[in-house]
Design a protein around this ligand. Structure first.
Ligand SMILES: [Zn+2]
Length: 174
């Protein structure tokens, strides 16, 4: 049973190594922890698409936002974007705990974007096919924000759990 569990863990680790999304973390004071959290969020949110995810911790966020997520225009071939480039910006002034919560929140938006539920089109946001004028909306009351606020605490909690390390003895099989 133990070796089966170990095998499952090894396969899981290999899947992580060869996962399709390309992740870049910049400006973080704990990039190892943040990268680990992002990988776990991608797993929990079942995001396996070939995306490029750039996560920036920055002191220059507009409108005093804690975090924001958007799609960055990327090189296209025959009018088709080759890779979806998604950018997350998080205020570096936040506490470590708040940064993890905001990261989980923004990852929920990444999931919404990947599933095609949330789209950005200049001045408007399209949610499940319906157009919203972004600037006229109360930021916390839109359906995509309500969904993210409903789920972000649970996702932050589960994605920041320390990774289980098996004791040496259980690795030894005769
Ligand atoms: Zn949000």
């Amino acid at each position: 049973m133990k070796s089966l569990l170990l095998l499952a863990l090894v396969i899981f680790a290999m899947n992580d190594t060869f996962a399709q999304p390309v992740i870049k973390v910049r400006g973080s004071e704990d990039s190892v922890a943040h990268l680990s959290q992002i990988i776990k969020c991608l797993d929990y949110l079942d995001i396996r698409e070939n995306i490029c995810l750039n996560v920036y911790f920055s002191s220059h966020l507009s409108n005093q936002l804690d975090g924001t997520t958007y799609v960055q225009p990327a090189p296209a071939l025959n009018g088709r974007q080759l890779v979806k480039v998604i950018v997350i910006r998080i205020a570096s002034s936040l506490t470590k705990e708040k940064q993890s919560l905001v990261l989980a929140h923004e990852m929920i938006h990444v999931g919404q974007i990947i599933r095609g539920e949330l789209e950005f089109d200049k001045q408007q946001v399209i949610w499940k096919g319906r157009k919203y004028l972004d600037r006229l909306l109360e930021p916390r009351r839109t359906p995509w924000e309500l969904e993210a606020y409903r789920q972000d605490r649970a996702l932050a909690a589960i994605s920041t759990l320390p990774t289980v390390t098996l004791p040496m003895a259980s690795h030894t099989a005769y």
